[in-house]
Design a protein around this ligand. Sequence first.
Ligand code: NAD
Length: 367
Amino acid sequence: MKVTRREFGWLAGAAALSGVLMEACAKAESPGIGWCIVGLGRISMDHFMPGVKQGKTGRIVALVSGHRDKAEQQAKMYGAADSAADSAIYNYEGYDRIRENKEIDAVYIALPNSMHAEYTIRGAKAGKHVLCEKPMATSVADSRAMIDACRAAGKKLMIAYRCQYEPVNLKAIELIRSGAIGQVQAIESANGFNISPGEWRLNRKLAGGGPLMDVGIYSLNASRYLTGEEPRDIRANSSVIDHDGRFNEVEENVGWTMRFPSGIVASCNTSYGSDMNGFYRVHGAKGMIELSPAFGYQGIHMKAELAGRPGIDMPTPQTGADQFTVQADYVADCIRNNKEPKSDGEEGLRDMELMSAIYKSAGLPGL
Ligand code: NAD
């Protein structure tokens, strides 16, 4: 068939227009990842949900809570199903009904630690991807069961290690890998806060352990991502100093050292009796990198001293996207493009096994 110049121009225009229309239709059909928020506490309401709203890859379509009033108010605030519709709000007993809600692609588990396994497994069985808060669970066996359930359902499992996606921490890793501070010799890290009485975090059944499970895990995980190695030799001590009723079930302090295969030694402390403003220092043969704070929601700050080179002073870059937006967008990318998350279930499991070894070394029960 012969096509005249004029017809060719018309056809090309139509093709371009249909491309634009198809893209517009695809966008209209794919409004982003539909999130179901499981547990309406501080981390979900103050951080994760605003983070999703700020991003462009997802929206909150459903909520699971034991408090109907709070859930309705949050559903309205985020336009979940455009109202406080019944299909947008579930209680814990009715959670499995999320299976019927096609708007939900992924669940975000933000419950006390001992509930992570059950709600991850039920979420996967309902056919949803899972982003689960740290610590992954309260036992190694539960962590394995979570991985197995998500695998069997063909769904992603990511543990919410937000610092692994945070730009200043990523810069520290890049500097270390590029040899900027020479061979790393030692890491120091601490993370802790002075806990108020009455918190579920002090209840062993709900928390699984004390500050190690809650905030010490940041120093442990950082030691692993900074070295890129898995520790082999762990020695630990724990103590309770304040006999004021807060530490009848969990430890108040844990200090531990880890030796990595290269010989790097990490020394870490965690506490529920002291505000430690979570930090780390990485000492190399040719310099030192300090992140203080290293694990906060904002204001992460790096200072690096490099032999024979100008030092580095790097505050959190003003990109406009907070850590929770970055994390939610990352999960969306993994789901849409079928990528395995960097902080997958296996990553969470490794920390669980190591925390178990830390507790055992300190003379406490393992996980
Ligand atoms: P929170 O106490 O503020 O919220 C817990 C939620 O669980 C509440 O909505 C509560 O109603 C609900 N819940 C259901 N059953 C419960 C029960 N039996 N006892 C107590 N609460 C119950 O806690 P949070 O600080 O939001 O922590 C939730 C999870 O998120 C924890 O696993 C914690 O380790 C993790 N977390 C992560 C970060 C992070 O930066 N990634 C920060 C804080 C907390």
